[in-house]
Design a protein around this ligand. Structure first.
Ligand code: 5GP
Ligand code: ZN
Length: 114
């Protein structure tokens, strides 16, 4: 289940430091190292799959990632609104090929994102 060269698997294993904000038995939430908003948290499944679409093969784990992101949004007081983003594929800006949701909030978020 762990892909040894994968950055997020290494964060899950404690081999790369990260600022954890919440976790469940299935998922981990930690702050993005290059925050694009006052709240920018990455929520990842403990299972290594390359993108969120692939995680749909494990519905409980997909639901857990979404629920944890919503819980962090609540904890961070993002009651004005927030965005969950899953960049999928290099053409959409995905750079780490371990499924993750970006949780963004704490500022006005324009739409479309560009
Ligand atoms: P993607 O571009 O794949 O959608 O998102 C990957 C995210 O991982 C980027 O927003 C990037 O800033 C973040 N990131 C890259 N390396 C690290 C790291 O070592 N630690 C943390 N916390 N975030 C990282
Ligand atoms: Zn991984």
């Amino acid at each position: 289940m762990i892909a040894p060269m994968c950055l997020f698997c290494r964060i899950l294993e404690g081999q790369v430091p990260a600022t954890t904000v919440a976790e469940t038995p299935l998922s981990l939430a930690f702050r993005d190292i290059d925050a694009k908003a006052p709240t920018h948290v990455l929520v990842i499944p403990r299972r290594h799959v390359p993108d969120l679409g692939e995680l749909a093969e494990y519905p409980d784990e997909l639901a857990d990632v979404v629920a944890l992101a919503a819980r962090v949004a609540d904890d961070e007081g993002l009651d004005h609104g927030y965005r969950m983003v899953a960049n999928t594929g290099a053409g959409a800006g995905q750079t780490v090929f371990h499924a993750h949701l970006h949780l963004l909030g704490g500022r006005e978020l324009t739409w479309p994102p560009g």
